[in-house]
Structure formats: C-alpha cells, structure tokens
Design a protein around this ligand. Structure first.
Ligand code: SF4
Ligand code: SF3
Length: 543
C-alpha cells in the first residue's frame, strides 16, 4: 500500500485514502507527514525520558506545535517544507538526546535519514498502520488528531505571546505515550479524555489571547458585497497575520476581505478601526475554487483549509504563511520578531482588478461569551417564559460532501422557538438564512471560529449556574456537530471532557473509529450519528 490516511471526514469510502487523498494530498506528502509525526513522537520521548526542562526550549516547543499543525488536513501540501521541518526536528531531537542513554529510547528517537528517498522508505514502516491492533490504532490516532488541533490553537496563542507550558508538556507526554505498547484500551480511553481536558485549557488560552489583544467580540454586521478597490483575501484562523496585513495595507488603496474561518475577525473591536477592512467574500473553504477565480486579487492563507488550486493563474495569486504551504506558491516567513513582510502581496494586488460581486447584503455575528452574557437577562427571561424552547449547538466544520445539505435543511426546519449557537466554518450552511429573531435575540448566534466553541461551553456553564442545575445535560441545549478536520476532534474531546452527553456527529462518523472504539463512545457518552432532518429534530425536541 502506498499511503494510508483516515484523519478527516472525507476519507475515501469512509475508511482511508490509500492512493491519493480526497483532499489532494499525494503519496509523497502523506508519507512525509507520517514521518513528521514519527519524529515528533521521538522528540517527545527524549524530553520525557530525559526529564528535560521545557521552559528553556522555546524553539523546540514552537517547532513541535508547528510540525503537528503542518499535518492537519488541508494545511500543507508542500513536500519541500515538510522535508525541511523533519530535518529541523531531527536536529533538535539529536541535540536534546545527548544527555539521554540511547538504549532506553525507541527507534523514533534515534533513527536517521539522509535523503528524500530514505525518508520515504522510513515512512513506509512508521505510519498509521504500523499499529496492528485496530482498537489501539483507533485510540492512538484519535488522540494524535486531538493533539494536532490543540497544537494549532496553542500556536495561535503563542503568536499573540500567550503560552501555557503545561499544555506543551501534555503534548510531549502524550506523543511519547503513543510509542508505549504497554498502554492498552482503558489507558488510552483515559488519555483521550485527558486530551479533552487540555483541549478546554488550550481554547481558554486562545480565547484569553484573542480577547486581551483584540477586545471582546461584539455583535457586528459584516458586509458580504464588494467595493471598487483592488483587494487581498485573507483566509484561515490566525488573527496576528490579519493584524499585520491590515497595518501594512492601510492607506494603500488596497482593501482586505476575509474568507472562510477569518470571517469572525470582523467581530473584534481592534480591527474595526481599519477603513480598508471591508467585508467577507464568499463562503466556507471548499468553495474557494470558484470564489478565488471571481475574487481576482491575491489570497493569503494563514492556516488550513487549502484546496489545491486548479490553474496556474490562481496559483500565482496564492501566498502561504505560518504552517501552511503549497508547492509553487510563495511562502512568507516571519523574521525573528514575528514580523511578516506582505509588501509583495500588496504590490500584486495593485496590479489586479477589484473583486467581482457574488452577493450583496450583510450577515450578523459576534456572539462570543461576553456578548451573549451581556444579553443574559434577555436570554434567561426568554427561556423562563418559554419563548425560547431549546438551543441547538450546530458548530464545527463545513465540507464538500453533498450530504451536508442536511445542515441547511436542519436549520431551516427547526421550530421557530429555538436558537442556533454556532462556531467554525460549519456556519456557512445556514448563516445567510433569514431565520428572524426571538424578542430581539437573533435565531443564529455566531460565536466565531471553531476554537470559539469554547465560548459556547462558557455560555452553557453560565446557564447551568443561573438555572441552578447539577448537570450540564439538564440544560435545554442539543448538540449536533459537523466535523471535517482535526480541530473538530479537539473540540469534540473538550465537550466530552466537560461532561456533555448525546452529541450527534455528522455528516458521517469518523473512519478512524474502530467498531469497538465507536461502541465505547456510544455507551459512555451517547455519541450518535445523524439521521434524517425530521427524525433528528423530533428526537432532539423530545430530549
Ligand atoms: Fe484522505 Fe482526509 Fe487524509 Fe486527505 S486528510 S488523505 S482526504 S483522510
Ligand atoms: Fe473549517 Fe477547514 Fe474545520 Fe476552523 S476551515 S473549521 S474545516
């Protein structure tokens, strides 16, 4: 078998991509990513066994987060940058290893490679299928996917200057544990929940980083039409990249639009002062092929999700930064102070036409915890009076599978006395529907990016307190989560850790769940897939 990857919702036949990724990842990139994960396990083992103090390892801590992030679905398709990251991490590992006796270490901590070929050869024996027992494999992979999501959020926080070394150490400990064959199903189930615990911590850290630097998101109308200036489209989740782009484009005559998961940036007070930050263009990530064509200007990817561009013309307008990469697209590196020079993108924008309008109007968002809690009295009264019967958390990812039309139909079919709480790019399935409001409270409350699912948890915990409930599951909140990539896994594990039961997950259950592991999730947490819109709504309303 050439490659094997089953980390995302669109994995081939629901079981695994074996020839080429449905995402467009080729065999070589898939194998380099496998080797990258392997060397990350090795570094982690060296640090844990060597009892190395990670407070002195600033560079290693960052490169490990970055390495994990590069393997997230649709983040990095660039074989050269993956190879560089492997070599960089091997050098870090070998430097750290000097004080640890080699006989105590796993092959992941000691192997060497000296060429692309030797990397590919090594990768063939260390990928996902190297774990033979399918339940152990399933749990190990679920934990690693959770760590990938955790690393992405920790990297964003670090870019804003916030870090919690307990989180970094948990990542090291857990990656090292993935090499330990003495850990059995029960141990790994416990570690899965612990990963969820750290998922809550990392999302809290990122929330603190975002709000302390950019202010608390507030109710905001975002324009979805276009203006006449040339423009740059910024995609992904990294708000520090956006901040730098806005600083560098102000007064240049070049406008900035958000795409996909960057939309919630408009909700932060700090970005409202930029007159050239004009709106959101388009929809979720998978629509980028057509939307980048009509946008006509340069595009900057700060994180996933990249869809392989189909034409040379579009490729020439795409720039990547941070953990993202695509062969043939210019990558913008930060200098030693984290500063990025976007002048090449700005110069290119000036030579290109303004975007073609694809829609007009605006959408409303900004309902992160602070804004919702500011409306708490209204919300509580509406619940008490029966004007709001139920909240539906419809958060997570969007994707290209046709069956995701379920989520649009679900939102449309919900009874009018219900409110949708959303976060992540899943929202694009319903955020342009006119669902009205309940006594001035919009029926769709968008908290922000996928990481802002933390806000939804804060809101739920607050409501539990206000209503004096013992159990978060007694609240009139139902969870119908859409997933696609690994950030959704850390969000899911975080919700499980918070004790939330009966989460429905769709449009399909993860291919990486073995039948036994799926059964554990069903028995212990009431996890279920989705059915038809009608039957699901009936089920949820009756709960
Ligand atoms: Fe397949 Fe998803 Fe892996 Fe891409 S990330 S190779 S689509 S399972
Ligand atoms: Fe979307 Fe890729 Fe997951 Fe941050 S941008 S939610 S899929």
């Amino acid at each position: 078998m050439g490659m094997f990857c089953y980390q995302c919702q669109e994995t081939a036949k629901g079981t695994g991509c074996t020839v080429r990724g449905v995402c467009g990842k080729n065999e070589e990139v898939a194998k380099l990513q496998d080797l990258l994960i392997y060397v990350l396990k090795g570094i982690s083992e060296v640090i844990v066994k060597g009892k190395i103090d990670i407070s002195n390892l600033d560079n290693a801590n960052y490169e490990v987060l970055s390495g994990l992030f590069m393997t997230i679905t649709n983040a990095n398709f660039d074989d050269d940058s993956l190879e560089n990251q492997i070599m960089k991490l091997i050098a870090i590992r070998d430097e750290l290893r000097r004080s640890v006796p080699s006989e105590e270490l796993h092959d992941a901590s000691t192997f060497t490679v000296d060429s692309r070929n030797s990397m590919l050869e090594k990768a063939s024996s260390v990928g996902i299928l190297a774990t033979e027992n399918e339940d152990i494999r399933s749990l190990r992979e679920m934990i690693i996917y959770g760590l990938k999501g955790m690393a992405a959020y920790a990297e964003h926080a670090k870019n804003i200057g916030k870090e919690d070394l307990d989180i970094n150490f948990f990542i090291y400990e857990t990656l090292a544990a993935m090499l330990d064959d003495s850990l059995l199903v029960d141990d790994l189930v416990a570690l899965t929940l612990k990963t969820g615990e750290y998922g809550v911590k990392v999302m809290a850290l990122l929330d603190e980083a975002h709000t302390s630097r950019f202010g608390n998101p507030e109710m905001t109308k975002v324009n979805i039409g276009v203006k006449r200036n040339p423009a740059i489209l910024i995609s992904g989740h990294d708000l520090t990249d956006l901040e730098q782009l806005l600083e560098q484009t102000k007064d240049t005559g070049v406008d900035v639009y958000t795409h996909g998961e960057m939309l919630p940036a408009h909700y932060y007070p700090a970005f409202k002062k930029y007159n050239n930050f004009v709106g959101n263009y388009g929809n979720a990530w998978w629509k980028q092929i057509e939307e980048f064509a009509s946008f006509r200007g340069p595009i900057l990817f700060t994180t996933n999700c990249i869809v392989p561009p189909r034409s040379e013309e579009i490729r020439s307008r795409i720039f990547t930064t941070g953990s993202t990469g695509y062969p043939g697209c210019k990558h913008i590196e930060a200098d030693e102070n984290g500063k990025k020079d976007f002048s090449e993108i700005i110069d290119l924008a000036k030579t290109l036409p303004a975007p073609n309008e694809i829609e007009t109007g605006d959408i409303v968002g900004g309902f992160a915890h602070n804004q919702v809690l500011a409306l708490a009295d209204k919300v509580i009264d509406a619940v008490k009076s029966g004007a709001i019967k139920k909240f539906f958390v419809l958060a997570g990812c969007d994707g290209r599978m046709k069956s995701r039309v379920y989520y649009t139909e679900f939102a449309k079919s919900l009874p009018k006395d219900t409110i949708i709480l959303t976060a992540g790019c899943a929202k694009y399935r319903y955020n342009k529907l006119d669902l009205g409001d309940i006594g001035g409270i919009p029926r769709i409350l968008d908290a922000g990016q996928c990481n802002d699912c933390y806000s939804l948890a804060v809101i739920a915990l607050k409501l539990k307190e206000v209503f004096g409930l013992d159990d978060i599951n007694e609240l009139p909140i139902a969870y119908n989560i859409a997933w696609y990539e690994q950030k959704a896994i850390i969000v899911l594990l975080a919700l499980l850790y918070l004790g939330i039961k009966n989460i429905h997950l769709g449009p399909t259950l993860p291919g990486f769940l073995s039948p036994n592991v799926a059964k554990i999730l069903v028995d212990k947490f009431g996890i279920a897939g989705i059915g038809t819109v009608e039957s699901d709504i009936e089920l949820f309303m009756a709960q």
